[in-house]
Design a protein around this ligand. Sequence first.
Ligand code: HSE
Length: 306
Amino acid sequence: MNYLKIFSPATVANVSCGFDSLGFAVDAVGDEMTFTKTVQKGVKITNITGANLTYNVNENAASAVVQKILKEANANFGIELTIHKGFSPGSGLGSSAASAAGAAFGVNQFLENQFSELELTKFAMFGEEIACGSAIADNVAAAIYGGFILVRSYEPLEIIKLPVPDALRVVAIHPQIEVKTKDAREVLPEKIALKDAVTQWANVGGLISGLYTNNYHLISNSLVDIIVEPYRKKLIPFFDTVKSSAISAGALGAGISGSGPTIFALCKGDEIANEVYKSIKESYKNTGIKFEMFISKINPNGIKIV
Ligand code: HSE
């Protein structure tokens, strides 16, 4: 094989209560990447479209990951990379994660899939570190494993793939402002009150239990974030307006996608998702801030060859 084209999905991390530990992949939005095998060793980015990203191979999350894997595998070939961004960096939809995870998945195809999904997640986390300064796993694992994932442990890394109820849909609005993950992490407190921790971990348990038992009521009651959202929502204009319009239109819950500014709402079924979409759109149209929206199923498979 000398050439490969892949789709790497956008992802929603945290999912309200699960800061840095829950995430899911979406179907509707993602990046396309191509990989061409070269005789010359090393990595080169030949084209980037859809976003203004660096071609410096040590600073670009995707090429940095390719480089690391080729080195680790002691590969006797190189890779030329193109990246077409289907959504913006700084959106909260795992933009750097899609590129980093896609890079790990793609190179692995040229190495007879010698690395497991868990190992690919570790490589992709290196890309996250390059992009935002923290080796976070929730977005990259969701892109690599697909569906809904739990980062059960960081050291050692352990990823659990969770079931996804069939009718689960996500509606997302991306206000066209940029929030850098690094900045959105800096606004968070280092310490939290024990009673808040109790509320939060009980909700994580409730959400996971709801996913396993198809209990939408339990999912809805558990989509609560009392730790991170109060700090980060200040970075997102009209967050409360969007959240309440989503919930009043029937969403199970709504929250900040990753580090924002995208706001996601989970819904049961297409009909409610359409209503929620309309309601959010209506609530944002006079704010003076441009926005993009989508409705998506949860993507069960993650990155795929196209
Ligand atoms: N869990 C990470 C955060 C995701 O919320 O900072 C970053 O995209």
